[in-house]
Write a protein that binds this ligand. Structure first.
Ligand SMILES: Nc1ncnc2c1ncn2[C@@H]1O[C@H](COP(=O)(O)OP(=O)(O)O)[C@@H](O)[C@H]1O
Ligand SMILES: [Mg+2]
Length: 422
């Protein structure tokens, strides 16, 4: 890195400030440009110090960390604020997010966490802020017009008949998206196949907590609780696993349904997750039930999967008809044709598309690659990245990403160009 990352430390306890400074001194790419003992001091120093990243204690006497964050962002809208808090400050954290904090660390942070977070934040900061945007930034606007909350897109993978490749595609697409977005991107994969979910098998994960542990607590869900239940894959992908025993599906079902018949627990969990992730991909089972109704309600995109065989095509067609009867917005529906085999006598993809809609992706049949992936618990885009099947999934992830990137640009255009700077 040519220029060092400029860091400001805000904490009322002198030892804590020193400790943080010491931890940061191990990284030659980081320089501490200012230390403040209060929110007021931080506000007074920030313009001159011009930090890239501010480490902000949430609990400060006088002006608290949240107010200070909002004020700092008014003065220097490009600064990235990382909030430090002791465990249990969850309600504060939510407010801090609203005020524009970009990330959180629990006190005391480990050197690794601290340094990694700072590097991640520094990458997020635009070096210069376009003048017209700076001028248009409302003086009183929280976070200088930059929404700190993520607005996760929910993408559901579904087919009415089993064995079509739904889980394979959901898992590999999630990994491809996570890879495409890099360390700044946050992708979650939710296994909503409540009885026989196998996402964790595909990813060789051994979840100790699952959606069944979260469901009874939807009224008290917060960032920390969510994080204790999510399982991390080495790729950075976060997984919300299905219950480990089929009978535990009842725990999720017992929370009941909402006025549209949608599963209440799943809905609350996904709504909360939207603020935490950029993309939330959902694997499903093959039933039109309370879980699917909840997903239809919330999904930005429902991807229907069929192989080129008549019974599956028929199933998807019937489901599309059902969606039309429900007056579902068909712009939110996409088609994936899986296991396309040009050499065999399958139904031609063109014929399937004519009967339904143009497919977002056609994925080739590749039994060897798919089977190896399933048996080793290493998804094919990681195990066999060069295979056409993997490359087709990478293209699918990119199609999904660019579809939403375009929508975002349009939405921002509608806000008079005052959208996200990042
Ligand atoms: N494109 C493909 N080519 C060959 N086999 C595939 C392909 N996609 C998935 N499979 C295989 O099909 C089987 C069922 O896949 P799975 O993802 O579990 O389907 P579902 O979730 O719809 O039940 C798995 O053994 C998987 O390896
Ligand atoms: Mg499955």
């Amino acid at each position: 890195m040519a220029e060092k990352i400029r860091v400001m430390i805000v904490d009322d306890i002198v030892e804590t400030r020193e400790q943080l400074r010491k931890l940061l001194s191990f990284d030659p790419d980081i320089t501490v440009v200012a230390m403040a003992g209060s929110g007021e001091e931080a506000v007074a120093q920030v313009v001159e110090a011009n930090p890239d990243v501010v480490l902000m204690d949430i609990n400060l006497p006088g002006m608290d960390g949240i107010t200070a964050t909002a004020k700092l962002l008014e003065l220097v809208p490009t600064v990235q604020v990382v909030m430090l808090s002791v465990q249990g400050d969850v309600d504060y954290m939510r407010r801090a997010m609203m005020a524009g904090a970009r990330d959180f660390l629990t006190k005391p942070p480990s050197a690794d966490d601290l340094i990694n977070t700072i590097h991640r934040m520094a990458k997020l900061r635009p070096r210069t802020i376009p003048t017209q945007v700076a001028a248009a930034t409302p003086a009183t606007g929280v976070a200088g017009g930059m929404p700190a909350m993520r607005t996760g897109r929910i993408i559901t993978f579904f087919t009415p008949k089993g064995g079509t490749g739904v889980t394979s595609i959901a898992v590999n697409t999630a990994l491809a998206l996570q890879k495409r977005l890099g360390s700044e991107g946050r992708v979650a994969l939710v296994d909503a196949n409540l009885q026989f979910g196998d996402v964790s098998v595909f990813l060789k994960l051994k979840p100790t907590r699952t959606i069944a542990d979260l469901a009874p607590h939807i009224d008290e869900i917060d960032v920390e609780l969510l994080h204790t239940v999510m399982v991390s894959h080495p790729s950075g992908l976060q997984v919300l696993a299905a219950p480990t025993a089929p009978e535990d599906a009842e725990i999720v079902r017992n929370i009941g349904v909402d006025e549209n018949g949608g599963n209440r627990a799943l809905k609350a969990i996904l709504e909360f997750m939207q603020a935490q992730y950029d993309y939330i991909l959902v694997d499903t089972t093959h039933a039109v039930d309370d879980v699917l109704l909840a997903l239809l309600d919330l999904s930005d995109l429902v991807l229907l999967i069929t192989r080129p065989v008549i019974p599956e095509i028929r199933g998807v067609r019937l489901f599309i008809e059902l969606l039309q009867k429900m007056e579902f917005d068909m712009k939110r529906v996409g088609l994936i044709i899986n296991s396309v085999d040009n050499k065999r006598m399958g139904i031609q993809p063109e014929a399937i598309e004519r009967a339904m809609m143009p497919a977002i992706a056609r994925l080739p049949l590749d039994e060897r690659t798919a089977l190896r992936a399933a048996n080793y618990g290493v998804p094919f885009i990681l195990q066999s990245p060069k295979q056409p099947l993997s490359q087709a999934v990478v293209a699918l992830a990119e199609a999904i990403r660019s579809r939403f990137a375009e929508t975002e640009e349009r939405e921002q255009g509608a806000q008079g160009g005052l959208g996200r700077l990042l």
